[in-house]
Ligand binder design. Structure first.
Ligand code: ADP
Length: 260
């Protein structure tokens, strides 16, 4: 579905991404992990053409993103970016309806069909009861579900998520990622999620892309990527990796200085 072919990107002098190549197949749930500053957000921004690489190419269904209009891209790829507050306290339903904008003509208002699609998206994300509430009065977890509803209203084939659980408590982390997983498994949406939470990425993702200083250090299923050796090398701190006793997926434990 997405083919990233040897992309290089820099904001100023230094390369922030170097020779990054990978593919994401339709229906996969892929995680992008790596330390702060390793290039996760930049990579996501390139995948929805907010930024363009200086070298290399991104293809969606074999078509170069460069050859697609913003509207075409928005019909295929939706984004849940890191927490940003809209400048105006829109109601939740208004935020979700914004997801329909790629389908509206110039200066056109939403039709009853758009409203129906937005309501369906809110039903799926259980945000209908809060549809009339201003977005800035919602809790972090509620707001995240509204953003997912907006992404769903876009009727995309793929959703990009940037650190979606970073300010949520564990209950809301799991609730949110269960919702994303259901979109992946039940609706067949392809998911690419940047996360610095190694254990959540290990639990939910089919495959991981592990970035170090803008290069792919390792790529593969969590069992192969999430090893003590890999994590210690890239993060430069000591960890313990065993298996989650219930799911069997790799589990990373932090080690306080002097404990080992
Ligand atoms: P991550 O998401 O893994 O934390 P980022 O993609 O945000 O990494 O950042 C990668 C590198 O690019 C960092 O060194 C960061 O300082 C730099 N960077 C990010 N955004 C900008 C920007 N708008 N202008 C200049 N440098 C940036």
């Amino acid at each position: 579905m997405i083919e990233v072919e040897s992309i290089f990107f820099r904001y100023h002098h230094d390369w922030v991404l170097q020779d990054v190549s990978f593919q994401v197949r339709k229906g996969e749930f892929v995680g992008v992990i790596g330390p702060n500053g390793s290039g996760k957000t930049t990579l996501l921004k390139i995948l929805y053409r907010f930024l363009s690489p200086q070298q290399g190419e991104v293809l969606f269904d074999r078509l170069s993103l460069k050859k697609m209009s913003r509207r075409e891209i928005a019909k295929k790829i939706a984004v849940v970016a890191q927490e940003t507050y809209p400048a105006f306290p829109f109601r939740a339903i208004e935020m979700v309806l914004m997801g329909r904008s790629p389908y509206l003509g110039h200066l056109m208002f939403e039709s009853p069909k758009d409203l129906e699609i937005a309501k369906k998206a809110m039903e799926w994300t259980e945000t209908l009861p809060i549809s009339q509430r201003p977005i800035d009065e919602l809790s972090g977890g509620e707001r995240k579900r509204v953003y997912i509803a907006r992404a769903l209203a876009q009727e995309p084939e793929m959703i990009l998520l940037d650190e979606p659980t970073s300010n949520l408590d564990i209950h809301h982390q799991v609730e949110f990622l269960d919702l994303v997983l259901s979109l992946n498994r039940e609706k067949g949406l392809t998911i690419l999620m940047a996360s610095h939470d190694l254990n959540l990425a290990s639990e939910y993702c089919d495959r991981l892309i592990f970035l170090q200083n803008g290069k792919i250090y390792k790529m593969g299923p969590p069992e192969e990527v999430m090893t003590r050796e890999n994590i210690e090398k890239v993060y430069g701190c000591e960890v313990w990796v065993d298996r989650n006793p219930v799911s069997g997926m790799p589990r990373v434990s932090l080690l306080r200085k002097g404990i080992h």
